[in-house]
Design a protein around this ligand. Structure first.
Ligand code: A3P
Ligand code: MG
Ligand code: MG
Length: 380
């Protein structure tokens, strides 16, 4: 089924079909004016419960609770006695987002289109996390990615495939790494209440199956996007701006003690934090800085829109415009390659650090990801 798996070895010249075979990820090529990025609009949301069941509502949305001046959060507390970990060997692909689309097609904003049209009226459907990886590609030196892409009824769907290297990492995590993955979720528990009039319950269970996801629409250059991402919490104020403006992203990071640590935080961590929150229009990020024993020593708020100012003093630092222009060009590249409208056909885009983006084509393979229940339903 891999009838042109040799494509990645060809040159970057144009193919017979007139579309390029590869895309450069060199940051210098993307230093131009910031592309149009429309304010993301929330068109819906959904929740996943402790069993990973889908609900077309906001039952899992939590509320941000400002901590005391000197919080005494111990992120190790409850590991592993009050921890239920999601099984991350289960590949969910786009399924929950497709479930949302199936029951909320009428919520998707379409211009110049009759409501009865079978097309969704967007160019791309994907997870926010996949786009975050695309945005940070020009600066990534450690981890590559694999993105499976299919076109169905005029819309291009993008679903990540775990790389071999990522699978090996996942299967060989140390006990320390396993515990530290818990710390981020434990911080969320200390910072969030389940109800608007409630307070956090640090004695409860941390269950990483539970999630609240926003679904947003926006446009990057001439690409109409619909994507979903997990949201940690919202501010309690009912007069706060409408979603996604009321959302808050929570993060943890090692405490910063040296100029070198400060520089690394700016160069690597803030890039990922900015990309993740900028995409869905989440305006604030609340960070808990913790010591080696998992004790939170300080809590600091970052305005997503001000992060690019914060990092400008770093030599040779990352630039939002490079991230967004690379993403825009990648989506143009995908559009030029993915011509056949067939959910059983997957174009597999691959990027490895220090390489160009390449692709292979696979029919009826292990990579097919649009489920029959979705393609059957969307025909009516
Ligand atoms: P921190 O990033 O604060 O450590 P998110 O911040 O995206 O809401 O994710 C919540 C937590 O999930 C993270 O908190 C971290 O503990 C864990 N997590 C998310 N992505 C991860 C990854 N790629 N590897 C390891 N842990 C991850
Ligand atoms: Mg989260
Ligand atoms: Mg978070």
């Amino acid at each position: 089924s891999d009838y042109n798996a040799d494509k990645r070895h060809r040159s970057s010249e144009e193919s017979q079909h007139g579309s390029p075979e590869t895309l450069s990820a060199h940051r210098q090529q993307y230093e131009r004016n910031f592309p149009l990025y429309k304010q993301p609009v929330e068109v819906g949301f959904f929740s996943l419960d402790s069993h990973r069941n889908f609900f077309n509502d906001q039952r899992q949305l939590r509320y941000y609770v400002q901590p005391r001046k000197s919080p005494d959060f111990n992120l190790r507390d409850g590991y592993t006695s009050r921890f239920v970990k999601r099984d991350d060997s289960v590949k969910e692909r786009l399924d929950h987002l497709l479930q949302w689309i199936r029951v909320n097609r009428d919520k998707i904003q379409t211009r110049d289109q009759t409501p009865s049209s079978s097309a969704l009226g967007v160019d791309f459907v994907t997870w926010r996390g996949h786009l975050t990886k695309v945005l940070t590609t020009p600066y990534e030196t450690q981890e590559g990615w694999l993105l499976a892409v299919s076109k169905f009824r005029g819309t291009i769907y993008i679903s990540e495939v775990e790389t071999e290297a990522a699978r090996v990492n996942r299967e060989t995590r140390s006990e320390r790494q396993e515990e530290m993955m818990y710390w981020g979720y434990k911080f969320e528990q200390y910072m969030c209440a389940d109800d608007v009039d409630g307070t956090p319950d640090p004695g409860g269970i941390v269950n990483t199956n539970e999630a609240f996801c926003t679904v947003v629409q926006t446009r990057l250059a001439d690409h109409k996007l619909l994507f979903s991402g997990e949201v940690d919490c919202r501010v309690k104020d009912p007069d706060a701006p409408p979603a996604p403006g009321c959302y808050v992203e929570l993060k943890t990071s090692a405490e910063i003690c040296t100029p070198k640590q400060q520089s690394n935080f700016h160069r690597y961590k803030l890039l990922k934090w900015w990309a993740q929150s900028f995409l869905p229009g989440v305006p604030q990020i609340v960070a808990g800085f913790r010591d080696h024993d998992g004790i939170v020593v300080s809590v600091e708020t970052f305005q997503t829109s001000k992060i690019s100012q914060l990092i400008k003093n770093e030599y040779n630092c990352w630039k939002p415009t490079v991230c967004m222009n690379f993403c825009s060009d990648f989506l143009s590249f995908v559009k030029s390659v993915v011509k056949e409208d067939d959910p059983r056909l997957v174009y597999l885009f691959r990027w490895d650090p220090h390489r160009d983006v390449t692709y292979t084509v696979h029919r009826d393979s292990q990579y097919t990801f649009l489920p029959d229940w979705y393609t059957k339903d969307m025909k009516s």
